[in-house]
Design a binder for this molecule. Structure first.
Ligand SMILES: COc1cccc(COC(=O)c2cn[nH]c2)c1
Length: 241
């Protein structure tokens, strides 16, 4: 997979050189490039923002640098999907992560200030699919932190990026339920015991306990997810409970 990220703070994306994502880049599994948006400005001050039309607080990102930057992605016939972190974007979910992990080429535009001139979205949409997305109902100072999260959520689903693929099988939100509680040694810690079933060696009982815990935890913390479960999952869990 190829990934291009455009930001006025490229150093914010330095964590993508670390750990499993860094290794995937070094081994060629992931072809990730971070671009400084200011490379696409031509004035002495490398200006990327200006006052909002209609007044109001803050600044808005100018269209020209973005158009030039995104234009470099449209020189050939192949085009990326452009993802734009934004408080007014479509909620990012594990399902979206799975969908994006199937793509060959993703691009990310990191907004700052009050946002990017709306005409950039309109112009970009004539060149490639454009998908504003939100990590949640809160406001960050810019898109870089959201890009770190989404690149990690997507890249870890690419075969070979994380070692043991089986840990991808049972994952939170894979089937709409939250994950069961996990334990490790010691068996007793500060007078707190690991649930006996997990020490029993009875795999069927352990599996049933884990399904029960996933449903219990989801009902308690995310009742909204219970209502969205597809019938197959509910039946499976019903049989288990
Ligand atoms: C596109 O313009 C802007 C402007 C300001 C901040 C940002 C960064 O995104 C978020 O703040 C966000 C993403 N998910 N939830 C919040 C983008």
């Amino acid at each position: 997979m190829r990934i291009d990220v455009f930001s006025i703070f490229p150093e914010y994306l330095a964590p993508l050189d670390l750990s499993l994502i860094g290794k995937a880049r070094r081994t060629g599994l992931l072809d990730l490039t971070v671009h400084d948006l200011r490379e696409f400005t031509h004035d002495r001050h490398r200006t990327v923002d200006d006052a909002p039309a209609g007044g109001g607080a803050g600044m808005v990102m100018k269209p020209e640098p973005w158009a030039e930057a995104l234009g470099t992605l449209a020189e050939g016939p192949r085009r990326p999907t452009l993802l734009v972190p934004s408080p007014s974007g479509q909620p990012f979910t594990q399902a979206m992560a799975r969908e994006l992990a199937q793509q060959d080429w993703l691009a990310f535009a990191c907004g700052r200030y009050e946002g990017i001139d709306e005409r950039v979205y309109e112009h970009a949409a004539t060149l490639m699919p454009v998908r504003p997305f939100s990590l949640g109902d809160y406001v960050l100072n810019g898109g870089e932190v959201a890009v770190l999260a989404v690149v990690e959520a997507v890249a870890r689903l690419i075969p070979g990026v994380i070692g043991n693929a089986e840990s991808l099988v049972e994952e939170s939100h894979e089937d709409g339920l939250l994950e069961y509680p996990v334990y490790t040694k010691p068996a007793v810690w500060q007078d707190r015991e690991v649930p006996a079933v997990l020490m029993s060696g009875h795999h069927a009982q352990i599996e049933r306990w884990r399904r029960d815990e996933r449903l219990r935890r989801t009902a308690r913390r995310r009742p909204d997810l219970i209502l969205k479960l597809d019938p197959g999952t509910l039946d499976k869990v019903d049989r288990a409970v």
